[in-house]
Design a protein around this ligand. Structure first.
Ligand SMILES: Nc1ncnc2c1ncn2[C@@H]1O[C@H](COP(=O)(O)OP(=O)(O)OP(=O)(O)O)[C@@H](O)[C@H]1O
Length: 237
């Protein structure tokens, strides 16, 4: 058998993204490519446009101009052209999200939180929770399925959020400051869990972070300034 050097397969390609809020230009011609199975960090000063970029490439908001192409399962979709309903459908099926404060529902248990995206996609509760259980176990949370979010530590709650972002098998996971509220040891644990659940399963991860330790764990670090990616580096292993 001939050995071939596998070239990276683009999953998300953003070109010339522009997004304005009144007089503020949050994105000013941003370009980025995310490949299958890679972890990409986005860094930059406060206000440089990181969250706006994340929201555009994750179909949370539409850019004013530019293109965001998603290529999965042999299908190409132009995200910038979709209406709100189509964007919402795409987010539910193709993307996973992890935020700084987890965005978990406090009145639900851990297993209910993780199963929720499957129920939203039409799966019965029992099947959704059965699928959620192994993800909680993979995150080191076996035995905590029935705890409400308030009965978990910050790091544990964040691992519930990571499990929830994986349960649909989404090919791309977006994380906005996923370790922002954690101490550095807990942050390392959460980053381990996040990388295992994404890159470790052949999925892609895009993580916005101010934390150089988080960025160093990724395959590529993109630096933003004034609404554009101005520099890219590959952290030394
Ligand atoms: N919904 C909004 N309405 C008005 N202005 C906005 C909105 N969202 C972002 N902006 C502005 O767009 C610019 C980029 O914001 P963005 O949140 O993308 O930056 P950021 O790099 O993520 O910042 P931070 O690190 O502080 O979270 C900022 O000047 C911000 O004030």
């Amino acid at each position: 058998m001939e050995l071939q050097h596998a070239s990276p397969v683009p999953v998300l390609t953003a070109t010339a993204l522009v997004k304005r809020y009144g007089p503020t230009t949050a994105l000013d011609g941003a370009n980025l490519t995310v490949h299958r199975g890679e972890a990409v960090a986005v860094m930059g000063a406060s206000g440089s446009g990181k969250t706006t970029l994340l929201h555009c490439i994750a179909a949370v908001i539409a850019p004013d101009s530019g293109s965001v192409r998603l290529a999965v399962d042999g299908q190409e979709t132009e995200l910038a052209a979709l209406d709100e309903e189509a964007r919402s459908q795409l987010r539910r099926t193709r993307f996973g999200f992890v935020f700084q404060n987890g965005m978990l529902l406090p009145e639900l248990t851990a297993v209910e939180n993780v199963g929720l995206p499957l129920m939203v996609n039409g799966q019965p509760r029992r099947a959704a929770e059965a699928a959620a259980g192994p993800w909680l176990a993979a995150m080191g949370l076996a035995g905590m399925e029935q705890r409400r979010i308030g009965q978990l530590s910050g790091g544990q709650a964040q691992r519930v959020a990571i499990a929830r972002a994986q349960v649909t098998g989404a090919p791309v996971v977006f994380a906005d400051e996923p370790t922002g509220a954690l101490d550095s040891a807990t942050s390392d644990d959460v980053m381990n869990a996040l990388l295992y659940a994404t890159k470790g399963q052949g999925r892609s991860l895009v993580v916005v972070t101010h934390d150089p330790r988080v960025a160093q764990r990724c395959d590529r670090v993109l630096h933003m300034s004034d609404g554009r990616i101005v520099r890219e580096e590959e952290p030394a292993r």
